[in-house]
Design a protein around this ligand. Structure first.
Ligand SMILES: Cc1cc2nc3c(=O)[nH]c(=O)nc-3n(C[C@H](O)[C@H](O)[C@H](O)COP(=O)(O)OP(=O)(O)OC[C@H]3O[C@@H](n4cnc5c(N)ncnc54)[C@H](O)[C@@H]3O)c2cc1C
Length: 403
């Protein structure tokens, strides 16, 4: 006889992964508690872009119309590559996974969370802010997991999902040997008013640096610049606007207007780029890692958020397929590892190509992009689709994911 099926789930962390998973699992009729250590919903106003596969996953989470309404979709998926002076290198068009789903969309992070939180509110998910785990006993797969929260309350769950991000506390408890790896890149971001004519994604490839521009709403865009930081310096947040301007001082073309706007009144963010390239298993006992806690990627492919949302959709599919038994935990890692590792590897390579620091090699890279950039983009997305259909676990299986 099968042991008791999974009925009651605790999700730790209400980021993109945690909120999406709370939605997909609540839709299965599971009892879901979602805890978040922040005492209120507080998310960056900076932007994020979501490619077509991530938008498809948002469709399956049931929020695509609201996302399309709040964000800024590029209907033809055009990315204009320029050098740092603003001279054209080439244009590339991102593909769409299916008609009706744009190739790419930019959106404020806070808008994604507002929309996911709105959907959660309709599903009866028990959401607890300012809450975290202080003790966890979940290592015996044959018994329910026991959790003690920071308010002293104690509760049992059939499954604990660690969606608590790159510095996951729960991962630290179950796999203390895994920690984020500093990739020695830094990313600078700021938000600006969007001129009406700016409707495409731009990527300016400098010498050792890249700077992108992406619309995120009808009236806003954000810029994001990447620089190698081998010494892992610490920058005082008060100085971030000045340092951002200095780091990209040589950039002209469309970036120049926005760099000139960066002032001490701007909301500038600096982030050290890290990744978590954890081998399987991504579970232990009754605890499962997903989202950045399992597979944080460098941001150069803009796929980390999409991977987190796909995780939520795939876990739902697999729970049904495994009749809510704990065998789903291993199956989840088997299904998601090849996809997430592929993205991580590709993203690392893109980061390295953007960090070439001598002018001659940059010229050769730019020439190579003119010949091959479109092909490489197409191959990346084709391979992503192939891997996503690995063992039939594609987030496109509407039959299985529909209630
Ligand atoms: C500079 C940069 C740019 C990026 N750009 C893009 C992009 O354009 N497109 C894209 O798709 N991806 C992008 N990403 C990646 C994307 O941001 C992440 O992959 C995504 O946010 C992961 O979501 P998550 O929910 O797993 O983790 P997080 O977003 O980190 O959420 C984790 C949540 O858990 C909470 N938490 C943490 N610890 C605890 C605890 N102990 N108890 C309770 N709660 C806890 C946190 O407060 C947080 O709310 C970028 C990443 C970086 C660093």
């Amino acid at each position: 006889m099968n042991p008791q099926p999974i009925k009651k789930v605790l999700i730790v962390g209400a980021g993109i992964a945690g909120c999406s998973t709370a939605i997909t699992l609540a839709e299965l009729g599971l009892s879901v508690t979602l805890i978040e250590k922040q005492d209120q919903w507080r998310f960056q106003s900076s932007g994020i872009f979501v490619y077509s596969n991530g938008l498809r996953a948002l469709q399956q989470v049931g929020v695509l119309p609201q996302i399309l309404e709040a964000g800024f979709a590029l209907p033809d998926g055009k990315n204009i590559y320029l050098d740092h002076s603003g001279a054209l290198i080439t244009n590339v068009f991102y593909p769409s996974v299916s008609p009706g789903i744009p190739p790419i969309l930019g959106i404020k992070r806070s808008e994604i969370h507002r929309i996911l939180a709105g959907k959660l509110a309709t599903l009866g998910v028990n959401i607890k802010l300012a809450t975290t785990v202080t003790r966890l006993n979940a290592f015996d797969p044959s018994a329910p997991a026991n959790v003690v929260f920071n308010d002293g309350n104690e509760e049992t769950f059939d499954l604990i999902i660690a969606a608590d991000g790159i510095r996951s506390q729960i991962r630290q408890l179950i796999f203390p040997e895994i920690s984020p790896r500093n990739t020695h890149f830094g990313v600078w971001r700021s938000v600006h008013a969007r001129p009406a004519h700016l409707r495409d994604k731009y990527m300016q490839m400098g010498i050792g640096k890249r700077l992108g521009i992406m619309p995120i709403s009808d009236d806003k865009l954000y810029i994001f610049g990447t620089v190698p930081e081998p010494g892992n310096p610490w920058f005082d947040p008060q100085d971030w606007p000045r340092i951002m301007r200095e780091k990209f001082a040589e950039f002209q073309g469309p970036a120049r207007t926005f760099l000139n706007e960066v002032s001490e009144h701007s909301e500038v963010l600096y982030t050290v780029v890290e990744e978590v390239a954890a081998d399987l298993p991504w579970h232990k006992g009754r605890v499962l890692l997903l989202g950045d806690a399992a597979h944080a990627s460098t941001p150069f492919m803009g796929q980390g958020g999409a991977m987190a949302i796909e995780d939520a959709v795939v876990l739902k599919t697999l729970l049904q397929r495994h009749q809510f038994q704990t065998s789903v935990l291993e199956a989840f890692g088997t299904a998601r590892y090849p996809v997430c590792r592929f993205v991580q590897d590709a993203s690392r390579k893109v980061g390295e190509a953007g960090a070439i620091e001598d002018a001659a090699s940059c010229l050769a890279r730019n020439h190579n992009m003119q010949q091959k950039a479109q092909l490489q983009v197409d191959q990346f997305y084709q391979q992503l689709e192939t891997l996503n259909s690995f063992k039939g676990v594609t987030p496109n299986h509407h039959q299985e994911t529909k209630q």
